[in-house]
Design a protein around this ligand. Structure first.
Ligand SMILES: [Zn+2]
Length: 334
């Protein structure tokens, strides 16, 4: 499937590197190009707080600001606010700046307004992450997510920005089949350009529950719209099943976070990764993974990476992140 955006086409299935603060940690846009990244993610909550969505708009929008002219998706920030602890009511979410402690309140419209100011190509609605096994609670959260999604769509339409902004709908419903089906139907009926799966399967970044949820809702989903599984992708091998289940888009912080901690994906290892800090790599002339086509594996040995990691050299973070991301980007298309 091809997803069209004002900053170019995206060929799916696609893995999207996470650049929370308008930067994929330790990598330049040129580095991202070199590993085949088609689209990156940024985070509405973090950018709203710093440098401020309005300031990004004043600087010509996020693409110009960070020098990345390919597509960008912003997450609404609902998940970050949820995971940092927040209070919500029918009208929106109370949250705090995790650095200064300053209080803020967002309506669904505020979350969209901020993403428009940032200037992303694909934007996400404010939602409530249904990670609960209580049916009544899951139903309340799912219904509220639906109300907020309608408000987000109306806000876009009333501000006439529907032409260059793709708003995706998010299916919630925890692990309750009837709620997931109701949620899928609600989102599909709104006729938005893309459909996301949120909630339960975010647990440990695991993809385990996704094929099951996709089986529940597949007959409802339109074949011509991308399905985005939010925030998952820890082990490269997991993608085969999820792509086969019909998911087109993925993002996860795991590849870059693992990389910075010295955990490098390696197809020969039973755990799918090696711990480069181990002494056995001190004199290892091999690349991280002989089958990898990334710039790091082309030019650098495990011994050198082991040395850089031990010395906490900044180059390590860049080389390691390029490798882990390239593995994920390649993995979803093979
Ligand atoms: Zn590599």
């Amino acid at each position: 499937m091809i997803i069209k955006t004002p900053h170019g086409d995206i060929q799916t299935p696609v893995f999207m590197p996470v650049g929370t603060n308008a930067t994929v940690k330790s990598l330049s846009p040129e580095d991202l190009e070199s590993i085949g990244a088609q689209i990156i993610l940024a985070n509405n909550y973090h950018l709203f707080l710093r440098p401020g969505s309005e300031n990004i708009q004043k600087m010509g929008g996020i693409h110009k600001f960070m020098n990345w002219d390919k597509p960008i998706l912003t997450d609404s920030g609902g998940f970050q606010i949820w995971s940092l602890g927040m209070k919500y009511d029918e009208n929106g979410i109370n949250f705090r700046d995790f650095v200064t402690g300053q209080k803020h309140f967002w309506t669904p419209e505020d979350a969209i307004k901020s993403q428009i100011q940032i200037g992303a190509d694909i934007i996400m609605p404010l939602d409530i992450c249904t990670r609960t096994d209580n049916y009544a609670e899951a139903k309340y959260m799912t219904d509220l997510t639906h109300k907020w999604l309608s408000r987000c769509k109306d806000y876009l339409r009333s501000n006439q920005v529907t032409n260059n902004k793709s708003l995706f709908g998010i299916i919630q419903g925890a692990m309750f089949k009837d709620l997931r089906r109701q949620s899928a139907q609600f989102v599909v009926d709104l006729d938005l350009p893309g459909i996301a799966l949120g909630g339960e399967m975010l647990e440990n970044n695991s993809v385990n529950r996704i094929p099951e949820i996709m089986d529940w809702i597949r007959d409802i989903l339109p074949p011509d719209k991308p399905v985005y599984a939010m925030g998952i992708g820890l082990h490269p091998s997991e993608f085969k099943t999820v792509v086969a289940a019909g998911v087109d888009m993925f993002d996860c912080v795991a590849p870059t976070r693992l990389a910075r901690n010295g955990a490098l994906y390696c197809s020969d290892s039973p755990t799918e990764r090696i711990d480069i800090s181990k002494a056995i790599y001190a004199l290892d002339e091999n690349p991280i993974d002989k089958k990898c086509d990334c710039p790091t594996c082309k030019s650098y040995s495990r011994a050198y990476l082991h040395h850089l990691f031990k010395c906490k050299e900044l180059l390590f973070y860049r080389l390691a992140s390029m490798h882990n991301l390239r593995v994920m980007i390649r993995q979803v298309i093979r």
